[in-house]
Ligand binder design. Structure first.
Ligand code: SAH
Length: 191
């Protein structure tokens, strides 16, 4: 029997497998960096019509592109917020099952508009406080560029000292690829 795990050397494959195991119909989810809406659409597919997605992006264009993408796919169970995810607690008042932080910048957009550690940390902190038991936060970092490398180091340092009785945090990375490929951190809240 052939393997059901595709042999694609990108951490997105692992993210997909983890999302499949972590989400079900009706869940509330958060996309902290909607970008062009790819991750938001994927999350909405997992949570179905009874679920709900809240998405953030600082760029108006990203929010509008995501809105069109989701509407074209027939989705209406979402709210998009054009503001920094550092203000998450102002908009998100109810706990949720999972959140994705796909960091860095949009490869097809304004590369100057990249996520930065101070606001990322603030948003992750707030998301951790709003997470349901057994809920997850997936953080994808891009150490292949300078500010992405710095952000990755800060995130690793922060996650490494989080109390293991409250959260479990794994790091997934390809170790034999050149140019510092993306990494995935996967946090789950213990019950
Ligand atoms: N998940 C996206 C890709 C995200 S790229 C997709 O599937 O296409 C990173 C995004 O983070 C960019 O769109 C950028 O505008 C956004 N961003 C940068 N800083 C941010 C901040 N402080 N708060 C929210 N979004 C931010």
């Amino acid at each position: 029997m052939s393997s059901r795990i595709p042999s694609i050397g990108h951490v997105q494959v692992f993210q997909k497998m983890l999302l499949e195991e972590s989400l079900q119909e009706g869940d509330r989810v958060l996309d902290a960096t909607v970008g062009n809406g790819h991750d938001s659409l994927m999350l909405l597919e997992y949570v179905g019509p009874t679920g709900f997605l809240i998405g953030f992006d600082v760029q108006r264009e990203a929010v509008e592109n995501t809105r069109s993408k989701l509407e074209q796919a027939g989705k209406n169970n979402f709210q998009l917020i054009c503001d920094t995810h550092a203000e998450l607690g102002k908009y998100v008042l109810e706990p949720f099952q999972g959140a994705l932080f796909n960091l860095g910048y949009l490869p097809t957009g304004n590369k100057g508009c990249t996520t930065l550690w101070t606001s990322t940390k603030s948003a992750i902190d707030q998301a951790m406080n709003l997470l349901l038991p057994n809920g997850f936060i997936g953080v994808m970092t891009y150490p292949g560029h300078d500010s992405g490398m710095e952000e990755d180091l800060e995130i690793r340092g922060f996650f490494a000292q989080v109390n293991q009785k409250e959260f479990q945090i794994a790091q997934i990375e390809f170790i034999n690829q050149k140019n510092n490929p993306p990494k995935l951190y996967w946090l789950t809240k213990r019950t």
